[in-house]
Ligand binder design. Sequence first.
Ligand code: NAP
Length: 313
Amino acid sequence: LRIVVLGAGAIGSLFGGLLSEAGLEVTLIGRPPHIEAIREHGLRIDAVKGKKIIRISAETDVSAVKGEVDIVLCTVKAYDTKQAAADAKALMNGESLFVCMQNGLDVEKEAADTLGEANVVRGVTNNGALIIKPGYVKHTGVGDTLIGLPNKRLMVKMEKLTQALNRAGLPTKITDDISRVVWSKVLINLGINAIGAITRLRNGDLLLSHDLMDLMRSAIEEGLTVAEGLKISFRDEDIISKTYQIARATAQNKNSMLQDVEKGRRTEIDFINGAIVRLGKRIGVPTPINDALTALIKGIELSTSNASREEKS
Ligand code: NAP
C-alpha cells in the first residue's frame, strides 16, 4: 500500500511512523519545523513498547508526492478537513481511499463534498499522542481504532490497512456502525471538553463539583436527544456514567480542547458542541446548554487570538 498521511501532527506522525515501520510505503505531509526535523534526524517516537527513531519520507506539500496513492490518512484537525481534501485530490483516483481520523461530527461530509462519498471513509481512534517538540512524538496511550465500512470495491485496501495497523501495534477493527462509534465519542466529549476548557480543570477535577457534574449531564442529555432524533439510539448504554468513569480514569489529563485553549489555538468546538447545536436546530431540538458552551469557547478563542495579536504588535 502507498500511503500519505495528510496532517502529520501528533496522531498522524504516530500512525504514519508505526505504519512505515510495519513495512508500508508512507509519506508524511506536515508543517515545516516538524518535517525538517524528521528529515534531518528521523522521526522519534516514544512508543508504549520502547523508543524508536524512524527514517520516513516527509514533505511539506502534497505536490512533492509523485503519482497516485492507495490511501490518504487524514489527521488534520476537524476544521482543516475541507482544505486537506482539496490538497489530497491530486493524489487520488477512483480506487483511492481518504480516511478521516479526526474527532467530531460530520467531518467526513466535509471531505466527501470534494472527493465524493465513494472514496471517503470515517475512522475514530482512542490512541493518545503528543508532539513533544518538532520531530518527536509521544504515544501517550494505546486505545482501539475503528474504521467504517468502505465502498465494496475498496474493501481489500481497507483490510490491508487494518492488518498493517494491527501489525504496527495500533489495534484496529472495521465496523459496520461507525456512526454510532463517532457519536459515542462525541457525547463523551460533550461532557468533558468544553467544560474542562472553560474551567481549566483536569478531567478528574471536574468530578469534584456536583454543579459541574450536573452541567456535564445536561450537555450530554441534549446530545442524546439530538442523536435519538437522528435515529441513533443510546438507550441501551449509560453514556453519562461512562463519561464520569472516563473522567475518573483519566483524572490527570487535560482534555484536548483545554490543551488547545492553553496554547491559544483554535478548538474543534464546531464539530463537537457546535455540531449538536446545528443538528438540533435542523430537527427542532433545543440545545441551550451546548449553545452556551459553544459561545463561551468561541469567546475564549477570540480573547486568546486578540491577546496574541496585541503581543505581536
Ligand atoms: P495536530 O497535532 O495539530 O496535527 C495536525 C497537523 O496537521 C498540524 O501540524 C497542522 O498544522 C497540520 N495541517 C493542517 N492542515 C494541513 C494541510 N493542509 N497540510 C499539511 N499539514 C496540515 O493535531 P492532533 O492532535 O494530531 O489531532 C488531529 C485529529 O485527531 C483531531 O481531530 C483530534 O481531535 C484527533 N485525535 C487526536 C488525538 C491525540 O491524542 N492527539 C487522539 C484522538 C483523536 P497547523 O497546526 O499549522 O495547522
